[in-house]
Write a protein that binds this ligand. Sequence first.
Ligand code: MN
Length: 731
Amino acid sequence: MEKKKNHTYQDVYDVFTRYIHNKSDINLIQKAYEFAADKHAGQIRKSGDPYIIHLIEVAYIIATLQGGPTTIAAGFLHDTIEDCEVTKEEIAKNFNDDIAEIVFCLTKIKALSHNRRHDKDFVAEGHRKIFLGMAKDIRVIIIKLADRLHNMRTLEFQTNEKKVSISQETLDVYVPIADRLGLSSIKGELEDLCIMYLHPIEYQKIITYLDQNMKNREDSIKHLQKKIADMLLQSKIPFEISARIKHPSSIYKKLVDKNKTLDEIYDIFALRIITKTEINCYEILGLIHSEYRPLPGRFKDYIAVPKPNMYQSLHTTVIDRDSTILEIQIRTYEMDEIAEGGIAAHWRYKENMKYDPKQEQKEIMEKLHWFSDFVSLSNEDESAMEYMNTLQHEIFGANIYCFTPHGKVIDLPTGATPLDFAYKIHSKVGDQAVGALVNNSLVSLNTELKTGDVVEIKTNPQSNGPNEGWLKLVKTNQAKSHIRKWLLKKNADFLRETNIEKGKESLREVFRENKINEHKMMDYLSDSVLKNFQVDNLDELFIAISSKNIQPSSIIDYLKLNRDTFEDLLIKKSVSSKNKSLSSSQAVLVKGKTNILCNLSSCCCPIPGDKIVGYITQGKGVKVHRIDCPNIANQSRRLIDVTWNPNYENASCSVDISIKANDRDNLIIDIMNLLAQNKVGCNKLISKKHTSTNTTSILIAINVIDINHFNNIKNQIINIPSVYEVERVTH
Ligand code: MN
């Protein structure tokens, strides 16, 4: 860490006068500064600096977070009771009760830190009181964080023992608080300093590595940044793009948590793209994924599902052709402000508004529901260790982190089982799970997982798959909804298969009765049969027979009536060879005519295989609609019979579909991945979140070849976890 030059009172003044203009407020701050300078006069910090420097730095940090006059003044005064024998009453008299109460709280917290011991229970009790003290007023937390940040910046002047104990306390208590409040720059700096003092050798290795490799990586990132910027410029979506480097502490965590070497960490750099609207974010994501291959499992949709500290952004990791791997974050200006300033962005001082700590806390609790747990927990009478455990598990560790045998981290809610783990890896792994190894020993599928467990799922493709009992074994909604869907589909599939077989058998019987070669039955069931009985395919024909919607004898009657069909496939062959001469550039033909222009309508987007009808336009040929399109209802006089051109050789038609799903992480990427795997193009995506119902509706336009292709894709989409409805859209 380079040694920064100390700030002066003038620097603090320059920052807060950007947003504080009331003369009396400015005077209050000035007075607090002078009071502190007077009381601390002659005191020297271990760094050799006069004590007031510490108070100026603390006030400076608070001012950069846009703290109000009370908070800045209390920042200047925070050490006066402890170090200068000033009383709470004296502060109340010179300033006001509000400031006196805040300083008093901070003094109590400081006293606890001073009495730090190695006794674990005692440390926990101390932490508990720190939380209790801070929970009263968010301004206390902000000042305490600013105080701790400056103390960490100047920790080099402390003894080795203190370096370690203060860093450990910072890591245990203040880093999680800063993180939960979304104060990402403070959290990052604190954590870097903690790692530097707690793991100096590893920290140095990272710094050296960054120094040596920065140049190379920077060049390829700059190159990629330019390419992405060019692409976005063409799209006309507003954006700002910047490259940034990860904090050494987050690199350290990756090295340790994932047991990787520095060369294996590829997302040291990240690109950040800031744009106007939420939809712009997804549009940019779509453009980037169309150009660069995303790394599977790395997409995070924190817009649809914000982090508990209100953080919102899209994260993805992509691979360039020269195999540069890069993390990209996409968010709006508003999201960026919250990402950088967290709660402070919300809490930021607004001039001429009376500050009410109770009201403020209430608002914050509404925004951050964890904060209310945090406060109500503080009131319960638990032993200190229990309290810390609850805090760590329920609030700071709502998740547990497990590993695949390859070291990939899977995060799960507490209480999750190997089945949750399996579904988190892939729905197939979940469906085929038969057992699990946790830390190399075989366990049952209902074992509760702990952070650090290495979990290996045993699968068997021949297994029976999920059953009702599994619903009780899983904790995550993702696994639950998938199991439910699987069970439903299994029932439906089973029923369908049975009906197809039944229908086939009764038709076969009638063939036998009529002395028609039953082995040739399938050949007789030509397209014209399907068309006559108005079914799309053979399966549906058999189902209709089994459900008695079609009498098997009527099929025989039809075959007998249409002798040309009866004369077997010969005719079919000659028809298809004749058709080859027809135009292959037009998807639809008017019956009996080859030279009439037919266009597909864009309201109902017909695709080959749909039942269609032509609508004669004035001067623009024939518009082809789906037969049930509401736009041509009551237009029978202008309708004309049309048929799909069997020789049409075009690639695909565009279909608009609407998807409804319960909101969750990675939903859109799962849909996009599915389309990509099926090589289905997508030329539009609009997603809308409904916070009241916690659902998302998505409109996409996909390119398909025909109705079978479409149905296949549709069935796959409906099987994506949390999706509950997929429908074609008619405009
Ligand atoms: Mn201090």
